[in-house]
Write a protein that binds this ligand. Structure first.
Ligand SMILES: Nc1ncnc2c1ncn2[C@@H]1O[C@H](COP(=O)(O)OP(=O)(O)OP(=O)(O)O)[C@@H](O)[C@H]1O
Ligand SMILES: [Mg+2]
Length: 249
């Protein structure tokens, strides 16, 4: 199984949206896909992929994955909690242990590729994912703003320090195509591509703001949407994973 972690030093830049979209894109390529929601205190993947709560114990004692409508396996803290508006108030070590358990104790069945939606930041929880789960590669999400670009570059540095290869950056919310006149608006300024790629990484995708997809994501129906941008991203990611594998063989 291949594991790809989606990270960013910054919160709210679209890690979960990109994780869900990437998972859907990979699924549309015919792969058996799983998503590990490693954001324990801000779990959002089951909501976006429309996976409901339910009994989660297999007869052999392992944790059963939830399934989206197209069969994406989902493991998340929020599937284990009675209500979504209850806060998980845990300190770092407990959160790290929970991430490990969600990963290790779940029966991932036939999953070929696991997308890991990381919590924001470069502290405990992110470190647990990188060091303990040891993904095959990471993708870093940024938006065009200067500050975000700088913080996203921190993710690159963190991945390098723990020796997990960076597949590349995704620049999210890069522009908006006006639905009325078609003009392209760069809401957060021109692309930060040059700054982002200064460390030698590649740009996997520049994703627009997709307001109508946010609405579908909010209703747990993102899988129903046409998502050409994410299909292209999934192709780029899968190709990069293949190149990485060939290089390490
Ligand atoms: N390209 C996009 N087009 C439209 N909406 C988007 C896009 N990217 C993200 N969003 C929306 O912006 C909000 C924040 O995104 P998201 O939750 O994915 O960020 P995050 O980086 O995972 O945040 P956190 O750091 O809290 O985990 C969500 O409502 C999401 O649906
Ligand atoms: Mg998130």
């Amino acid at each position: 199984m291949k594991r790809i972690a989606v990270m960013s030093g910054k919160g709210g830049v679209g890690k979960s949206f990109v994780s869900a979209g990437l998972a859907i894109g990979l699924r549309r390529k015919g792969l058996a896909v799983g998503v590990l929601d490693a954001d324990i205190t801000g779990a959002s993947i089951p909501h976006v992929l429309g996976v409901g709560k339910g009994p989660r114990t297999n007869p052999n004692g392992s944790m059963a994955v939830g399934r989206s409508s197209t069969g994406i396996a989902v493991v998340s803290m929020s599937l284990l909690l009675p209500a979504d508006d209850k806060a998980v108030i845990w300190r770092g070590p407990l959160i790290s242990r929970a991430i490990d358990q969600l990963h290790n104790d779940s029966d991932w069945e036939d999953t070929e590729v696991m997308v890991i939606d990381m919590p924001p930041g470069t502290s405990d929880a992110a470190l647990t994912v990188l060091q303990s789960i040891k993904p095959d590669a990471v993708i870093a999400v940024s938006t065009p703003q200067d500050l975000v670009t700088t913080v996203a570059r921190k993710s690159q540095d963190m991945a390098a320090q723990v020796e997990v290869p960076l597949l590349g950056f995704v620049e999210n919310m890069a522009y908006l195509d006006c639905p009325h006149c078609g003009e392209r608006i760069e809401l957060f300024g021109a692309s930060g591509e040059e700054r982002l790629l200064a460390g030698g990484a590649q740009l996997l995708a520049r994703l627009p703001l997709m307001p109508e997809r946010t609405a579908l994501a909010d209703q747990g129906r993102l899988e129903e949407a046409p998502l050409p941008e994410f299909e292209v991203l999934a192709d780029a990611v899968w190709e990069a994973v293949g190149i990485l594998e060939a290089a390490s063989a």
